[in-house]
Design a protein around this ligand. Structure first.
Ligand code: SF4
Length: 340
């Protein structure tokens, strides 16, 4: 749905006071009303106008799958404006967190070798509305069980910093107390290493979390896995992270997908420790998820445990991420717009 400033402009152009925008946001985001006819606090003429001209959501569900243990729901959405397909995932963690992983683009231009989305190529940027509507959809979905969305991660399809303005507008919408009111500290932006985006975020003043998809501790290996590294080298990336943490005093997360025989040699754990020792950071080791037609395999659990132990000797806090939703291709790197 439109954010407050756009709704206000639409309402004023129709001769209605701006507080109607607050009422509409409240009805949709906080009461979960899904149909204008049920918004009895709005005048009938306005409801009729909205019904004809302003669909509440810019996307619609096309397909949905739920993991056998019920912890994950993946939805394939169709964008109403041009029929493009995107995917988003709801994760229901045992500790009570309800996290939505959203897409920021249709496809992705970054071409990371291990990622299903990268194989689709880039189609277009999503609008702020198409991004925040993925969260609104799940928010209304789980409201019926008395649950609310606690966290949002930009780790679905696309590179968020290649669609910076729409992503930040969606973040502000999600954070807006008149709407879903999701704390900025519960929102994580994940980048493959687009340095200008990191520096922009540093100056933006929003208290969101930053995750860097690192996946390799040296330039040569990183370039072979992630073409973005040719444009923004590891030294430049590390400089940007240092500037970011110095200015914001916020901890960054490094994402490191563990792929057998590619980036899991224990010498690389030492290289990683040397690279980020002393930084305000945390490492998430992500067990690689098999995707169709991919040549890679997940590292052995023992290898991942050894990686953690080595990084601890460098005093780098490290966890192995619990990967949910593998049985429905909803885990990290597996989203591919329904493989269309
Ligand atoms: S890992 Fe992220 S940045 Fe890389 S191709 Fe996949 S979606 Fe794009």
């Amino acid at each position: 749905m439109k954010d407050f400033s756009e709704l206000k402009a639409i309402f004023e152009a129709q001769g209605h006071p701006s507080f109607r925008a607050n009422q509409l946001l409240h009805d949709v985001c906080q009461r979960g009303v899904a149909d204008y006819k049920d918004m009895s606090n709005l005048p009938v003429t306005l409801r009729d106008y909205l019904n004809e001209n302003l669909p509440i959501l810019s996307i619609e569900e096309k397909q949905s799958s739920v993991a056998v243990d019920g912890s994950v729901r993946k939805v394939l959405f169709r964008c109403k404006k041009d029929g493009k397909k995107i995917e988003a995932v709801l994760m229901r963690f045992k500790d009570g967190r309800r996290t939505v992983c959203v897409s920021s683009q249709v496809g992705c231009a970054m071409g990371c070798s291990f990622c299903a989305t990268g194989k689709m190529g880039f189609k277009r940027n999503l609008t702020y509305e198409e991004i925040s509507d993925q969260v609104l959809y799940f928010a209304s979905d789980i409201r019926s069980y008395g649950e609310t969305i606690s966290n949002v991660v930009f780790m679905g399809m696309g590179e968020p910093f290649n669609n910076y303005d729409n992503v930040m507008r969606a973040v502000r919408f999600l954070n807006d107390a008149r709407g879903l009111n999701i704390g900025a500290r519960n929102i994580t932006l994940s980048t493959s290493g687009v340095v200008p985006g990191i520096l922009k975020l540093m100056d933006d003043g929003l208290q969101v979390n930053l995750a860097i998809s690192l996946h390799a501790p040296n330039q040569e290996l990183r370039e072979s896995m992630m073409p973005v590294a040719k444009k923004y080298g590891l030294d430049e990336l590390m400089d940007a992270v240092t500037k970011y943490t110095n200015k914001t005093h916020r901890r960054v997360s490094y994402e490191y997908v563990m792929i057998a025989g590619v980036n899991d040699d224990l010498s690389l754990a030492h290289q990683l420790g040397n690279l980020i020792e002393g930084q305000l950071c945390h490492v998430n080791l992500i067990p690689y998820n098999l995707t169709d037609g991919n040549k890679f395999k997940r590292s052995l659990n023992r290898k991942m445990d050894d990686f953690v132990k080595i990084l601890e000797t460098y005093r780098v806090p490290t966890t192995i991420r619990v990967s949910l939703g593998q049985d429905i291709d909803a885990a990290c790197g597996q989203l591919a717009g329904g493989k269309v």
